[in-house]
Design a protein around this ligand. Structure first.
Ligand code: NAD
Length: 299
């Protein structure tokens, strides 16, 4: 019987479904990396989410491992090339959270346009800040989507329904909405990021790009920490080049670094604790896709 270790939280129903496939499943969803290194040699498969980082030293101890399944989109927490060199398959559940992240990005745009977080905070503080909270509408505005893959396109479709004009930048995609980065920066009232963090995309938005953006534009970032230069973003927000930013991802998570705390605490920033894929529906879909992958590789 194949042995599978689940290293991060996965829905209980999904675990039972994997056992029903005849797989011996150990749920160790709070295991430390040191503990994992001691036991990984016993397993044929492992399931991780974002907490457990699978780097070369751990992979070298995984002598029986056939598959690493990551519940989620990015594979940046796994040393994929090293695993594949050792003959270990690496899979993820890329489409399961598309709609959840696209809806959140839209929610972040509404939060910026109507100052929703500040409206709620002032009410809870006993204030009636009606006059100070005049917002704007999304209809008639231009949304620039950087990274026009699954999530970027899903957001684009929703934004068009709301009456927004959508332009996109993605060097690997052909689509009628695609424009150059310069055009996107110049035209957009909102810019939303939906691309991976790689060497190529590190600090893709920095001082020079913020300077090209429309004065008073808003930034939405539910992609990955590191795509935006956070020091440059802080300057753009405090100098008023950008009117606001909504962020779900940070270069350090949770963001405890002093400079990052200052960015999170700016009143024109809506800060969320990386909840993009955190819906009941997306988590269920991730569970279903993990079951399919376990069946394919281990059952
Ligand atoms: P995807 O692979 O379908 O789309 C990513 C797109 O980015 C691709 O079309 C690719 O061509 C494009 N891209 C790559 N390099 C680029 C560059 N230099 N400039 C512009 N575009 C570039 O992925 P997806 O499912 O749409 O997810 C997008 C990103 O969202 C993921 O990489 C992940 O980092 C992030 N994500 C965040 C959460 C969250 O909880 N906030 C959840 C899921 C995914």
């Amino acid at each position: 019987m194949a042995k599978l270790i689940i290293c991060d939280p996965v829905a209980a129903d999904a675990v039972e479904a994997m056992r029903a496939l005849g797989v011996d499943v150990d749920v160790r969803d709070d295991i430390t990396l040191d503990e994992l290194a001691e036991v990984i040699g016993e397993y044929d498969g492992m399931v991780v989410r974002s907490r457990t980082k699978v780097r070369a030293p751990l992979i070298d101890k995984a002598t029986k491992l056939k598959v690493i399944i990551r519940g989620g989109v990015g594979l940046d927490s796994i040393d994929v090339a090293h695993a594949e060199e050792k003959g270990i398959a690496v899979c993820n559940t890329p489409a399961a959270s598309t709609n959840a992240v696209a809806e959140l990005a839209l929610g972040m745009m509404f939060a910026l346009a109507r100052h929703l977080a500040r409206a709620d905070a002032t009410m809870k503080a006993g204030e009636w800040a009606k006059k100070a909270l005049k917002g704007t509408e999304l209809a008639g505005k231009t949304l620039g989507v950087i990274g026009y893959g699954r999530i970027g396109k899903a957001l684009g479709e929703k934004a068009k329904v709301l009456g927004m004009t959508v332009v996109a930048y993605d060097p690997y995609c052909t689509h009628e909405d695609i424009v150059s980065m310069d055009e996107l920066l110049k035209q957009s009232d909102y810019i939303s990021l939906h691309l991976p963090h790689t060497d190529e995309t590190h600090h893709l938005l920095s001082t020079a790009q913020f300077a090209q953006m429309k004065p008073g534009a808003y930034l939405v970032d539910a992609a990955r920490g590191g795509v935006v230069d956070e020091a440059a973003l802080y300057v753009a927000l405090t100098e008023g080049t950008l009117a606001g930013a909504a962020r779900d991802v940070y270069s350090q998570e949770p963001p405890t670094d002093e400079a990052l705390r200052k960015l999170v605490e700016l009143p024109q920033v809506v800060a969320l604790p990386h909840i993009g894929a955190g819906t009941v529906e997306a988590q269920n879909r991730i569970g279903e896709e993990i079951i399919k992958l376990v069946k394919e590789h281990l059952a």
